[in-house]
Design a protein. Structure first.
Length: 339
């Protein structure tokens, strides 16, 4: 009978042990480990260049010749369009005759004055006449030069509006010269980010269907637009890009880059009725059991499906990832995959 008693006692111990191991709801956990975290936000901008010049006529005249065709590479100072100067040429010939005479009269009056012959008034009048005509000649020469429409910088003659035989009027556009080597994106960012954007901050420029370029902030404006509360940024573009002026661009700015941070998938974070973010953490007890502990979180910014946790968790915590909606704080739980 002692043998029989012994055999009956052993199964009783095994039966009591089985419920202990299976006690608690089975859950899965997410181990909190150091992770890199970066945050980006998007703003809208426009591709621009300062080397985009509309050339206009400075005085009225007949367009005599278009020297360069559209699409041609031009150098600074190259003559692109020539306006007829026949009237100016005739005026210059007349003025040159008057200047020659005034110069001769002045020279003679000067020789007499040096010999103390003649009056000082005659000498001063001759001198003034010569100087006046010389200044008139300079003005006429400048007008002659204005008849030559020149390239203001190295670039491409992108558009020529002038046609031979047409009349050019002062201020009328004649041609466009553009240089695509020094382009940039001009964008506006909310004043909310005024303290978080700075020169040199990494950025990415995306023009849908054209190109994606890595760059950085080149300049941060020093004025908040009172109409829309935005701050202006400029971002230089690398040479050789396929972008063109006035293209619409999306600009992604990276304002946070951490090598080691507490990061959680946003799907694991819950909110109570008071709006407080929290998670359940699996905490091992001294008796070997595992209990769920509610942890309130200080949630920072998000990036994609991840959230930066600024308080409430430390490295090594085990956050309940599956089954968290079916447990309460203090409940005994069982972690899948653990004995």
């Amino acid at each position: 009978m002692s043998c029989g008693s012994s055999e009956m006692a052993e199964p009783a111990v095994d039966e009591s042990a089985v419920p202990t191991k299976s006690k608690g709801m089975a859950v899965a956990v997410f181990d909190v480990q150091p992770e890199a975290f970066s945050h980006r936000f998007s703003i809208q901008g426009n591709v621009e260049t300062d080397m985009n010049s509309i050339l206009t006529a400075e005085f009225a005249g007949l367009i005599e010749e278009v020297m360069v065709s559209e699409g041609a590479q031009v150098r600074e100072g190259d003559v692109l369009i020539r306006i007829n100067t026949d009237v100016l040429n005739r005026s210059m010939a007349e003025l040159q005759s008057q200047l020659d005479l005034a110069t001769e009269l002045f020279n003679r009056q000067e020789r007499l004055w040096k010999q103390n012959i003649g009056s000082e008034l005659d000498f001063m009048q001759a001198q003034n006449q010569k100087i006046t005509l010389e200044n008139s000649m300079k003005t006429l020469l400048e007008q002659m030069d204005m008849a030559m429409i020149r390239a203001p910088f190295d670039g491409i003659l992108d558009r020529c509006l002038a046609k031979t035989g047409e009349m050019a009027m002062p201020g009328s556009p004649l041609a466009r010269v553009i240089d695509l080597r020094n382009m940039y994106v001009r964008a506006s960012v909310s004043d909310h980010y005024a303290g978080r954007v700075s020169k040199g901050m990494p950025a990415e420029v995306i023009v849908s269907g054209v190109d994606t370029l890595a760059t950085e902030i080149g300049r941060v404006g020093q004025f908040i637009n009172p109409a829309n509360r935005t701050l202006e940024l400029t971002l230089p573009l690398p040479r050789g890009s396929a972008l063109l002026p006035n293209m619409y661009a999306s600009v992604w700015l990276q304002d946070v880059a951490l090598d080691s941070a507490v990061v959680l998938p946003s799907a694991l974070i819950q909110q109570d009725i008071e709006g407080q973010d929290y998670v359940f953490v699996a905490v091992s007890q001294q008796d070997g059991s595992v209990r769920a502990e509610k942890r309130s979180l200080n949630v920072g910014m998000g990036s994609g499906d991840s959230m930066l946790i600024q308080g409430g968790l430390v490295f090594g915590d085990r956050v309940v990832s599956k089954g968290a909606t079916r447990i309460v704080s203090g409940q005994i739980i069982r972690i899948n995959g653990e004995e």
